[in-house]
Design a protein around this ligand. Structure first.
Ligand code: ADP
Length: 435
């Protein structure tokens, strides 16, 4: 998939995800509104029912008085003559019980003319009762004074909210799961793309690297076929030498690629032997001195005195060190200034390879140990390599029970620090792969 197509796909998926989130929020808001409207209607009906019940009771009483031919003795001059506070309270609680609202409300009957409270159950929310949206006139029961029956629910919003909380949490969980799987999918696609680009780079690089020695060998062989060269033994030796050294170069490259493939599969067997570290390090450093001097640089050694013998695979550990020094030379813009230092602690043997080269940016520091990864080095793109050196180094160090750290500042230089435990038990192949 091309980068453009992938970007379009990501943007479309992101927009769809955003759309789903917006729709969900809209539906949740709608549901809250609907619940609120339903609650408001029920409260209105309950209040009317309470007032109707009281009205019925008063009418019944008046009818009874008429039937008994009793004179209408008690003139209804006050609201409390028609509404008994206790009756009102029990009727309200009964109605609200049916609505499943058993707590969290205050109510009152008050006079709208002077805002005087006649009866009710109120303590904290007097003003809120006066301003409440749930108001019913009681003029059917008692005319003078414009009395109103009002209720206030301090926890109305949270009540409605709590009723819908389960659904909201469920939909949030689904959204989160969707977003997480979307993110994982996109990440996998990007990683796959990066991996395929790295592979293509590697293939191009490898073909290029292999072509050079092959064409040199071809030219040398052609020369050897010529009559005049054949007659001159010094020229034969010269061209045979060229062929041999190019063959060695080719062999080294093929070995590198093969080893990285074997490491990837975990197919490398190490041969641990007691090793004199100083001797091994000096040997490898010596083999680089000529190259460093030729580049007008320096390779300084500061080795711990009498280091303990370490259990190592000498061949692979020598390759590790050679890779680090080779990189320090390759990735120095000017004359390479390289320092090799060792320290011994009770737990570990520590080896540092530092340079004052181009350095590695923070984001690439995490990636350089990955197989086939190469930093795009701008004007240093002529630096040759397959991107397998540090992968090999890390794997081999880990197979020795150790680890490798890296400290680097772009333009300042890099320090690779190897920690090799002085005592460790060898892991089985399965244990190593599970790690
Ligand atoms: P390569 O064959 O490209 O050198 P490596 O695995 O050895 O592969 O290194 C991976 C990448 O890490 C290199 O391409 C380079 O960009 C970066 N790198 C490694 N060592 C150094 C160093 N000493 N200084 C700066 N960059 C380095």
């Amino acid at each position: 998939m091309t980068g453009k197509k992938l970007n379009i796909l990501v943007i479309t998926a992101l927009l769809s995800l955003l759309g789903v989130v917006v729709m969900q929020v809209y539906w949740v808001r709608n549901a809250v509104q609907l619940k609120e409207e339903q609650f408001n209607r029920s409260v209105g009906i309950a209040m009317k029912t309470v007032l109707n019940r009281i009205l019925e009771l008063n009418t019944d009483e008046a009818l009874r008085q008429i039937a008994r031919n009793e004179p209408c003795m008690d003139e209804k001059t006050d609201i409390s003559d028609v509404i008994s506070p206790r009756l009102l309270d029990s009727l309200i609680r009964m109605e609200f019980k049916c609505l499943k609202v058993t707590r969290g409300f205050e109510y009152a009957i008050y006079n709208k003319v002077n805002n005087r409270f006649a009866m009710g159950s109120f303590a904290t929310f007097r003003q809120e009762i006066l301003d409440s949206e749930y108001q019913q006139s009681v003029e059917a029961l008692f005319k003078p004074g414009s009395y109103y029956f009002s209720i206030y629910f301090p926890q109305k919003r949270s009540g409605v909210f709590m009723q819908l909380l389960g659904w909201m949490l469920l939909s949030a969980a689904f959204l989160l799961a969707m977003a997480a799987s979307f993110w994982l999918t996109i990440r996998t696609v990007y990683l796959q793309k990066k991996w395929s680009e790295m592979k293509t780079d590697f293939m191009n690089n490898m073909t290029h690297e292999f072509k050079t020695p092959i064409s040199t060998i071809a030219v040398a062989a052609e020369m050897l076929m010529k009559q005049e060269v054949n007659a001159d033994s010094s020229r034969i030796r010269k061209y045979a030498g060229v062929i041999l050294s190019e063959k060695n170069r080719l062999q080294n490259q093929v070995e590198q690629v093969l080893q990285s493939a074997m490491l990837e599969k975990g197919d490398i067997n190490l041969r641990f032997r007691e090793t004199d570290m100083n001797r091994l390090i000096l040997q490898i450093a010596d083999s680089f001195q000529f190259r460093v001097l030729e580049a007008k640089g320096s390779l300084q050694l500061s080795l711990a005195e009498n280091p303990p013998l370490m259990q190592l695979d000498r061949h692979h550990f020598a390759n590790v060190l050679a890779n680090l020094i080779d990189n320090a030379i390759k990735y120095s813009r000017e004359a390479p200034v390289i320092a090799l230092q060792t320290k011994v602690t009770p737990e570990a043997f520590i080896l540092e390879v530092s340079d004052k080269g181009i350095g590695i940016s923070k984001e690439n520091q995490k990636l350089v140990f990955k197989n086939l990864f190469r930093v795009h080095t701008g004007n240093l793109h002529n630096v040759k390599g397959f991107g397998i050196g540090l992968f090999y180094v890390k794997r081999i160090v880990e197979m020795h029970g150790g680890r490798i750290d890296l400290e680097s500042e772009v333009g300042q230089g890099t320090v690779f620090r190897l920690f090799l435990p002085r005592h460790f038990t060898l892991k089985t192949k399965a244990e190593y792969e599970n790690n």
